[in-house]
Design a protein around this ligand. Structure first.
Ligand SMILES: [Zn+2]
Ligand SMILES: [Zn+2]
Length: 731
């Protein structure tokens, strides 16, 4: 229990505490004629002094470790104000984590606690839940004030903006029936039913009306109504969607919770910002059709999308960010720069690498192969299609068959395309006896795999049906795990840094020992593996987040999420343990003791998928690849016909230095040729006229800095060769 001393508290709070906590939590003031705690305090209708003695203060634990002893009924807003009015002004909601739910469940108060929890959608009363700042605190609890800077607050302001939108729509178009209005990743929407579709003018009017609702700064207050009454009213008003939601999400005998702002009332679990004025910046973005409950036999709804922020500055930044994302879309740039295509006639999710994209892929793959060899891996190749029997042994037929292409029948057996490279590498390992002296064995392959994705789910290079993994499998003894993992982490860091990603986040996915049956392998194996991964990350000094229960059934793993130039996270590199496949394939090595042992296996992929990594690279660089990766590094522009000979001589010299060069020999204006190379995001454009030919020089334009003037060709070659060698992003 609590260490803090319980201090006496004012009388009046006791009255509030004892009398106004009647029936359900939310309408306690209203039932007793007290709309707020303040008014309750002013109207002491409490008579029985003996119960004063049994009432209690509650302990509110703050994130900094401080414990506030306050009368029950105190709100998070009261606490925020007691800390500082400025904190109160930026607080949006509060997160409560009850301290002693188990003890409380023996008392009458449970009724209130659980009904509170249900009201806010947290099924488990012991779980943290988000509440309004005006929610009275009823028990000992941890309390964190969520301010406008917190991502959770953004969802709340967006959902509150959805109420503002519905308020505006009903004021403008009173005949409209309401669906629901959740927050989304990018904003919010509200579903409406109205026979006449909204026009663009209507949307503009809705946005203008929303500004009025916001300016009115209406308080969001909670109300309750008996379920039967609520349903009857909704039915009478033809609110078929609300009737559905209330029937579905509440039970017979419940008090149904509503939020009111001004005259608008919505069935909702909250939480909300304190008032409509806190929705400071809002925009209606678009309109889409959606069938009620996704069934085309049902009425068609109008889904109006919008987004909201705590400031106009944030809203402007959001739209600028979206614009930037759209400009960098790898599907668009893939077409513009002629890097790859996906062709209807060949099928969805299958990638054609065009010469320029294929050049970048070759550079990525060459780099990866050299790096593997330097780090003690052996390169291998395994077949694309193998007998079905093999996939039965590996277990893919059982747990992975939904992602595999269907079997094809040949004269001797059925065969399946490989969805993973692991069984192939295992067959190579098994092909000869191994001793502890051979371990670790590291096999690497740029292996093409085929996985079935539902049609309609493919997305450019990011989600495909055929792709290339930079896949490797390490077979080692348990005592070698830690060093192998450190080497993998080091390798992953090198990949990300080399390709221009300075920042990444690391997650360690472990098992949930309470859910033992979900996981293959012995307890001892799991503990050794998780311990090794943790120690490896600690030794490397890498901060990481542990995610319990997220491990694959066959072992724990480390995932690397790179952060691109727009701050987006991409899951690419992964290092995974496996206790399952070595057992299924009865892998062995002879130990120092002369006995047979089972090796541990690590799967690791660092690009992850070459296709996906390429897609991320395109978006990260917006197609302006660093010099060492650019498919054409230098574009040559002879000013006129008579400079062609010199241009060819320059090309020869550059190619001898290993550069990738293209001449624009068309009979076009110099500026048109420069523009075309610039549109292809060519790092260097060299212009050549009489002066350059005479001095054996080139006039240099860089992608980033424009015209740099004439320099001797030899100097240009030295400088650019150095940039390529160091994989620099400079020009
Ligand atoms: Zn709501
Ligand atoms: Zn594998």
């Amino acid at each position: 229990m609590l260490q803090a001393e319980r201090r006496p508290f004012p009388f009046l709070f006791l009255h509030f505490q004892r009398r106004c906590r009647a029936s359900t939590a939310k309408n306690r003031y209203i039932l007793r004629g007290c709309r707020t705690l303040k008014s309750c305090l002013r109207r002491p209708h409490f008579k029985d002094k003996s119960s004063i003695m049994s009432a209690q203060t509650i302990a509110v634990h703050l994130p900094d470790g401080a414990i506030r002893e306050v009368p029950a009924g105190t709100t998070p807003l009261d606490i925020a104000n007691s800390i500082s009015p400025r904190l109160a002004a930026v607080s949006v909601i509060a997160r409560l984590t009850p301290l002693n739910t188990a003890a409380a469940s023996e008392t009458d108060e449970t009724q209130e606690i659980t009904s509170d929890a249900a009201m806010y959608g947290a099924g488990d009363a012991a779980a943290p839940r988000l509440v309004d700042l005006s929610t009275p605190l009823t028990e000992d609890t941890h309390l964190a004030l969520i301010t406008e800077r917190d991502p959770e607050a953004l969802k709340v302001v967006r959902h509150s903006a959805a109420h503002v939108m519905a308020t505006a729509v009903l004021e403008l178009f009173p005949e409209t029936k309401l669906g629901h209005g959740p927050a989304t990743d990018q904003g919010f929407f509200y579903d409406f039913y109205r026979e006449k579709p909204f026009t663009p003018d209507d949307l503009a009017a809705i946005e203008a009306k929303m500004a009025e609702v916001i300016a009115r700064d209406e308080k969001f207050v909670t109300e309750t109504q008996p379920r039967k009454q609520a349903l009857a009213e909704f039915e009478r008003e033809g609110e078929f969607m609300k009737t559905h939601f209330v029937s579905k999400f509440t039970h017979e005998g419940d008090q149904v919770g509503f939020y009111r702002n001004g005259n608008f009332v919505d069935f909702c679990r909250g939480p909300h910002v304190p008032s409509t004025g806190r929705v400071k910046a809002v925009k209606v973005t678009n309109l889409a059709g959606a069938y009620w409950l996704g069934d085309e036999k049902n009425p068609q709804l109008q889904r109006v999308y919008g987004t909201a922020f705590f400031s106009q500055k944030d809203l402007d930044a959001h739209f600028k960010h979206l614009e930037e994302i759209a400009k960098r879309d790898h599907r668009l740039l893939g077409r513009q720069l002629d890097l790859f295509s996906i062709q209807e006639v060949a099928g969805a999710g299958l990638i054609f690498w065009h010469p320029r994209g294929a050049m970048i892929r070759k550079l990525m793959e060459d780099w990866m192969k050299e790096e593997c060899i330097a780090r003690g891996y052996s390169l291998v190749y395994t077949p694309h299609v193998m007998r079905r029997e093999l996939w039965k042994i590996s277990g893919h037929e059982g747990f992975y068959h939904g992602n595999m292409y269907t079997p094809m029948e040949l004269d001797d057996a059925e065969y399946r395309l490989k969805p993973m490279n692991c069984p192939g590498h295992i067959l190579i390992y098994k092909n000869s006896p191994k001793s502890y002296r051979d371990l670790p064995v590291r096999y690497a392959e740029l292996g093409n795999v085929y996985r079935y994705e539902r049609s309609g789910t493919m997305h450019g290079l990011l989600r495909v049906r055929g792709f290339t993994q930079d896949d490797a499998h390490i077979f080692c003894t348990p005592s070698q795990i830690e060093d192998e993992v450190i080497a993998c982490i080091d390798f992953a860091e090198t990949v990300l840094k080399t390709f221009g990603f300075a920042e990444f986040k690391v997650e360690l996915s472990t098992w949930d020992p309470a859910d033992r049956k979900t996981y293959a392998g012995s307890d001892e194996n799991w503990l050794v593996a998780i311990g090794s991964l943790e120690r490896a990350l600690t030794r490397k000094g890498i901060p990481y987040k542990t995610i319990k229960g997220e491990a694959a059934f066959y072992g724990p793993k480390i995932d690397f999420k790179l952060v691109d130039v727009l701050g987006r996270l991409w899951q690419l590199s992964t290092v995974q343990f496996d206790f399952n496949l070595p057992a299924r394939f009865e892998l062995e090595y002879v130990g120092e003791d002369g006995e047979r042992h089972q090796p541990v296996m690590v799967h690791r992929a660092l690009f992850g998928s070459v296709e996906r990594f390429f897609g991320v690279l395109i978006e990260h660089y917006a197609g302006a690849f660093p010099l060492w990766l650019a498919p054409v590094q230098v574009g040559l522009v002879p000013i006129s016909e008579r400079h062609h000979d010199y241009a060819h001589q320059v090309k020869k010299e550059l190619e001898a230095a290993g550069m990738r060069v293209e001449i624009d020999g068309r009979n076009e204006k110099m500026n048109a040729k420069i523009r075309d190379f610039a549109n292809q995001k060519t790092p260097y454009i060299l212009v050549m006229g009489d002066k350059e030919a005479e001095a054996h020089a080139v006039s240099v334009r860089t992608r980033a800095k424009g015209d740099q003037g004439s320099i001797p060709l030899a100097d240009f070659i030295t400088r650019s060769a150095e940039l390529v060698k160091t994989q620099s992003t400079d020009l």
